[in-house]
Design a protein around this ligand. Sequence first.
Ligand SMILES: *Cc1c(COP(=O)(O)O)cnc(C)c1O
Length: 431
Amino acid sequence: MTMDKLAILEGRTEPYRRQPYNSIGSDETAAAVRVLESRNLSGFVGRAGDAFLGGPCVRQLEKEFSDFFGIKHAVTFNSATTALQAAVAALGIGPGDEVITSPYTMSATASAILLNGAVPVFADIHPESYCVDPESVRRNITPRTKAIIAVNIFGGAADYDELRKIADEHGLKIIEDNAQGPGGTYRGKYLATIGDIGVFSLNVHKVIQCGEGGVLVTNDDKLAYRAQLVRNHGEVILDDTQDFGEHIMGSNYRLSEVHAAIASVQFKKLDQFNQARIDQVAYLNEKLKQFAWLVPCRVPEHIKHVYYLYPFEFKSDVLGISRKTFAKAVNAEGFRVAEGYVKPIYLMPAYQNKRMFPRSQFPFVSTEYPTEVSYAKGICPTTERLFEKDLLTTTIHQPPNTREDVDAFCEVLKRIEEQAAELKEYEGQKA
Ligand SMILES: *Cc1c(COP(=O)(O)O)cnc(C)c1O
């Protein structure tokens, strides 16, 4: 029996122990400085010609992505959010259309649909992969459905065999939101290269990053062209080329040369960054086995998970305390676990009120969409259960944490188990 009483029971809070995660080294700095010294901070010009496709660093990064992932086209963006928005636009999806996606993801996955005037329909997630459940996708298909945005959440993978079957049966396209899973695989194929379009994020919080950035990949020439139009004021090009068959409005979603140069250096470290997390998770999983009240992350053989975050489940009925008390107890020891990941998207105010514009309910309620989409509580029970009760995430597997940090984290869990009765009492007093 470990003697020291948990900090939470003594009304204390230990300082946060973790060193901040920093993936930027001197080689990234040098690459950025080289671009600054070149004075060519962006190579893009919004008119027909060579510069429509960006400067040397942007194109170099795109070549590196397409070579590494074995895919025909990579188109960089200034975020995964804008890349997703361009992906939906490239597929010709607009007002009156529906796109099915997961509600258990960053809000950007669904706003990419709305910002194209289409309506997001939320399918429930699978209880083990936490990715969209093909059975629920099937139930949500209507004559208006045009595409599925599958999200490889936490760095795992959706069930692409089933999703492809459904997509082919109903003539749907698949977009992979792979912001969290660069380098992950499904049946040996890289995530983001399985769907019709895949999207990566280079945001500061992601596994590889350049502050802000994103990359769209596809094997389809036409989709790549349309994505390039959306990225860089495409309406001007259409004027130049007389390509009036296109119905597209572009914007400025361009990546700067500085960001591209940093991302190229980061990209070379992708395998190394992923392997560090995978090794730590193998160690963590082994140690978590001792706790009957935790369900470690489950990954089938045919998926390479890259653990952007480490998700696990808490069995409140087995340990006898609530998830909230558990999380507070862990955090008071100077570690971090986060409860529930994100609120299911359809429960956010824009969806509950069906309102994204000031004086109109477009596209939720509109002449183009003479039907009704449901965002009622209860439509995705597995997602709601995981959000409200069962799921936790931790970053203990991420560098610079070491095995010693994982040991210390598991020691805290052990003490929580030993002092569960006192924690239950504490919980009673707080209620
Ligand atoms: C981070 C993230 C995004 C958005 O990425 P940005 O590059 O920050 O725009 C989209 N989807 C998911 C699942 C994400 O985790």
